[in-house]
Structure formats: C-alpha cells, structure tokens
Design a protein around this ligand. Structure first.
Ligand SMILES: [Zn+2]
Length: 347
C-alpha cells in the first residue's frame, strides 16, 4: 500500500509499505475518497499539525479486513470515520454533558488510545472499529467524503441556537461556509446571506439557497440586513473564515441579543472586541468539530437530497495520491471554483 507522508513543511513523499494488519478492535479500510480540508492544508504548510504525519481526515472507503474481536463491522462495508459515542463514565458524561465527553475529545486531539493513527491520504488505512460510521447505500463515495465537513457545519448550526425565521449571515463560502448556509436554511432560517471575496463562490452560495451574497462586509450588506430585519441586525452570524478581523466585522452585523459563532479551529480572535459584544448583549459561541449524532443528521439530509454536497466538489482536477502536493500548491486557485478537492488514492 502507499500513503502520502508529510516529511517537512511543504514536503510530501509517497511511501510504499506492506499492507497493514488490523490489531484487535481495529479494521483496515480501502480508501475511496479523501477530501482536502483547510486544516490539512495548514498541516502541509506548517509541517506538522497532526502526528504521525500520515494525514487526511475527511475519508470514506470500504472495510477490507477485520481485527480480532470486531463484531459490529463486516468486510465490504462502506464507512466514514467519525467520533466514538460518549464513553458514559468520564467526569463530563457522569455530569450529563455527553456532548463534551472527555474521552471523545482526547480521541479528536490525538491523546487517546482510540485516536486515529493514520489518515486517508493513503490507499489503505487502519482505524478503530468503534469510530466508524456506516455510509447509507444511497450516498455515493464522492458525496460521502463530504459527510465530515457537513457534520462540522451541522454542529455549528446546532451550537448557534438557530430559531425558525432567523436572519443569518455566513462569513466565508468555503466548504464549511457553504454547508453551514445550506443547513441554516434547512434548519428554518428565513433569510441567509453569504459573504466571500470570490464571485464564483458567491454564485455557488446562491445556487445552493442563499438569498444574496456580498464580496465584503460592506454598506450594501448592511443595507440588505437592515431591509430584512427592520434595521435590527442579523440574528446569527457564522464566521467560517480564517482571515483576521472578520469576527469583529461579524459582531457589527449582529442584532442586540443575537449570536456570533466562530466555526472551527481557523478562527482568529486577536482583535475580538468584548465591548461591541457587550453593547449588544450578544452571545459569542465557538463550535469545534462534531458529535457522532451530527453525522447521522447530515446523512439523513443527504439521503433525501435536501442537503446538496455534489456541487461543492471540484471536477476535473488532479486526484491521485501523487497529485496531493500539487493540490496543496495550487490551493489558492480553488477560489475560482467549487471549494472541495477529493483525492482518490485507488484511482
Ligand atoms: Zn465520557
């Protein structure tokens, strides 16, 4: 089997190793598709965000080998990587806060025995059987690779406390931004407006259901929000970009008593003004990753074709394991088209 090894900043090499054997409790998965996410690109740029540097976390594939004691999986099963169910016995679980299970969090950040050792930029990968989630037959493998970022967006919408009829602003129309916009609409938002510097992404946002899109936080955007809220301001602003100062700009768009949600690890909060939050008695919330239930929710919506992920996938781009370095190099070019590039390690 082969995998892409991150050796140093901006340095990838394709390594050939013997096919892995699953340890007790593990399975081997043949990778069908692995999305290139913002944090993967950051890992490539910095040299090591994840260790060991066999990375790629938005993967989907088929189970090809079962370790001893694995009873809930079968060979040929189509799966995605997720998080385990809450452990039920850590301090958070015992307090009833199962969404903040300490064991699940340790897995996500790589400190637990159940943490993923390997990623999906590989022809095959090894995973703990308990972290796998079956993919419904109605969802194709390319679409299944979008389940993970869709779960991130679903988690953010749940964290926002969205109410039916809300007016929502989504800053950034990358993969998570577009999915957040779609899910806010599905969740009952009356109006959704997207903001991205890319005209192509703004067009895509509107195709996927946003009412309007603006290139910056401009007077035009403020007028649009005023027109749709009687001058009160947006109920919820999602920040889905990793550019400085967007959070502060976002707070200026929120109504009194509204909510701004910082989605994901890329948020920069250096210039966050507590005063502007205070003046509005606005809530500032963060959303990190997802829970296992978020994966179930987005699969249900994808099966019904209510959550559309296919338009987010960039077509006709290099997709082999050997092309991964090039995909990272030309990352900026993606802004001219759909945001998600998929690597298909097995062709
Ligand atoms: Zn727990």
């Amino acid at each position: 089997m082969r995998y892409a090894r991150l050796a140093a900043p901006r340095s990838l090499e394709i390594v050939e190793v013997a096919d892995p054997s699953p340890a007790p409790g593990q399975v081997v998965v043949e990778i069908e598709a692995c999305g290139v996410g913002g944090s993967d690109r950051q890992a490539w740029e910095l040299g090591s965000v994840f260790t060991p540097a066999w990375f790629g976390h938005e993967w989907t594939g088929r189970v090809v080998a079962l370790g001893a004691g694995v009873e809930n999986r079968f060979e040929g099963e189509r799966v995605v990587a997720g998080t385990s169910a809450p452990c039920g016995h850590c301090r958070a679980c015992r307090k009833g806060r199962t969404d903040n299970c300490e064991t699940v969090l340790r897995q996500i950040v790589g400190l637990d025995a159940l943490s993923a050792e390997h990623g999906g930029f590989a022809t095959r990968t090894v995973a703990d059987a308990r972290r796998l989630v079956p993919v419904h037959d109605a969802i194709s493998f390319p679409n299944a690779a979008l389940i993970e970022p869709a779960a991130v967006a679903a988690h953010a919408v749940a964290r926002s406390g969205l109410n039916i009829g809300d007016v929502v602003v989504v800053l950034g129309s990358g993969t998570v931004g577009l999915l957040t916009s779609e899910l806010a609409r599905i969740g009952g938002a009356a109006h959704v407006v997207s903001v991205d510097t890319s005209a192509a992404r703004n067009e895509l946002a509107c195709d996927l259901g946003a009412d309007a899109a603006f290139s910056t936080v401009s007077d035009g955007l403020r007028s649009w929000i005023d027109d749709h809220t009687g001058g009160l301001g947006a109920d919820i602003v999602f920040n889905c970009v990793d550019v400085a100062d967007t959070l502060s700009a976002g707070i200026s768009l929120v109504c009194s008593g509204g909510t701004i949600v910082a989605v994901g690890v890329g948020n920069r909060i250096d210039n966050l003004s507590i005063t502007s939050l205070l003046a509005r008695e606005a809530d500032f919330r963060v959303s990190l990753g997802y829970n296992s239930s978020d994966i179930d929710r987005v699969q249900a919506l994808m099966r019904q074709d209510r959550l559309r992920v296919r338009p987010l996938i960039q077509r006709d781009v290099p997709s082999s394991l050997e092309d991964l370095a090039q995909v990272f190099e030309i990352g900026a070019r993606h802004a001219i088209g759909p945001p998600k590039v998929l690597i298909k390690p097995n062709g």
